[in-house]
Structure formats: C-alpha cells, structure tokens
Design a protein around this ligand. Sequence first.
Ligand code: PXG
Length: 304
Amino acid sequence: MKVYIDGKFIDREDAKISVFDHGLLYGDGVFEGIRAYNGRIFRLREHIDRLFRSAKALLLKIPMSPAEMREVVRLACAENDLRDGYVRLVVTRGEGDLGLGPERCPNPSVIVIASAIQLYPEKYYREGLNIITASTMRNLNNAINPAIKSLNYLNNILAKIEAMGAGCVEAIMLNHLGYVAECTGDNLFIVAGNRVLTPPLGAGALYGITREVTMELAGSAGLIVEESNLTLYDIYVADECFLTGTGAEIVPVVEVDQRVIGEGVPGPVTRRLMAAYRDLTCATGEPIVKEDRELAPDGSLAGA
Ligand code: PXG
C-alpha cells in the first residue's frame, strides 16, 4: 500500500508524520471517510466539499483546491489499484511546537490512505442491530460543533465505548435537550407510517452524505421525508429504525434500549432503501482511471 502524504506516495511502513503535528497533539485537523465501489468513488465531490467546510470552520487552510483534492483521491485509488475500498482523507494543522496556537503550524499536512474496506458482517443487514443509548451527550453546537468532522472524536469514542460495553456496535447520542442527535459514526432515521424522519442537523448531527442520499431515495420512493426533533420515545414506538453512514451504508435497527422496534426484523421501507442505495453505489461515482498523470517531483499536481 502507498499512502499519499504532502505530495508524495510513500510505502505504508514509512508513512509517518511528526510527533509535533497538532493533529496528534491536539486533535487539530479534519477528516473524511469515502467509499469506492466498482471502480468509482461514491459522492466524491460532496465529501471533498464537506472536508473544505470543516476546515473553514477551524480556520484551517487546505494547501490545494477542492479540484486538486479530488484528483489526489483519484490518484491514491489508482496508485493502490483500488476498485472497491475505503479512502481516509486527513488534513492536520501540521507540525508546530508544544503550544496550542495554530499560528505555530504554517504547513498543514494532507494524508490520503486508500485501503481495502472492513465491511460490516452480512448478519447486521439480514437481522438488524440491537443498540443502546449512551449516557455521553453529543457535543454542544457552541462547544465543538458536531457538524465539523474534526480529528477530535473523543465525544463519539466515549459513546462507542459504552456501546461496546453493552455488547452493541452502535449507540444513540442525545443532545443537551434530550433530543436524539445521531449515533457515534452514523446518522439515525425512523419510519412512522409513510413518513421517514431524521433529526435536523442543529440537533447535533453530522451533515451525513449517506443521510442526504437516503433522504433523496426516500423522496423518490414516494415517502414523506421530514427533519424533526426526535425523542427516545419516538424511536421506541417507531415502525422501523435504521442508521446511515459511509461505512455502514443503510443498516436496520431492530432493538433500542431493550425495546423491540416494529416487528423486530428489518422492515419493508428499510429494505427497500437498502436495495436502492446499493444500486446507486454500483452505478454512480467518479471513475478511478489509471492516468499517465503523475505527481511532479515537488509533489504538485500540474494542471489539476
Ligand atoms: N455521524 C458521524 C458522527 C460520523 O462520523 C456519520 C454520521 C455518517 O456520515 P456519512 O457522510 O459517512 O454518511 C459519520 C461518518 C468509522 C467511521 O470507522 C465512521 C464515520 C467516519 C469515519 C469512520 O466508524 N462516519
């Protein structure tokens, strides 16, 4: 495997960054997780745009344009002969010193890891997940806004630890008002009759790209799609519940905090959306093409 770091493709074992990088010292940076299916990168533009928005919120200047970043992701996939896989894109504040101040980091680092994907077991999709609600509350919008996909993921990790402690793979996180925000690495939806509901972003959810695609698919299927504040009660009494994320895609939830959801099996709306999502991932996306184009010796992408 070759990892892209600041303009160069480096062997996996040599792909390292400084211990003075503020991404490591302070979680000061942003990231994206992107999937490639069937030789195409799914929703590449949307992921890169979200990366740039996260960076903007942190006053972190990414040292290339969005078009160049898309090209780097395509090159990283081609370099690793990836047709189906997972791309982790990281931009750190860069090397500084032990002070907090970002002004000490003049050169942000760009890292692209294009790797094989660890898929969720097929059982999760066939039988659905059993999840819990974490006691760890989602970050406040005026503390670390959950819309920023930053390298500071401790809020999510603490909730994930609770999930694992309860023998679950995911946990619901509530906001400070007691409304459902999202899960530790996935957005949440419920189905009530012919309505498909998901919390608004202001409730403490990431602007999930799979969430967006799912809302479009549900609309096309003639369902009523609404963003609305949800309490745990709304989930417990829903007909169906499912989670969305780049890694998970659309995964059914059949039990929450010991309450069986609906019939206790993946419901018809969830299954229909899962199928529609899989069709879309196979058929759309930015093609990965092995191009003649190489990085210049200085690591730049001429003409990108
Ligand atoms: N909420 C949070 C907090 C996330 O981190 C999502 C929702 C889903 O967003 P997308 O755009 O992917 O539909 C995410 C993204 C992991 C992992 O290893 C999960 C994410 C990102 C990177 C790694 O579980 N989830």
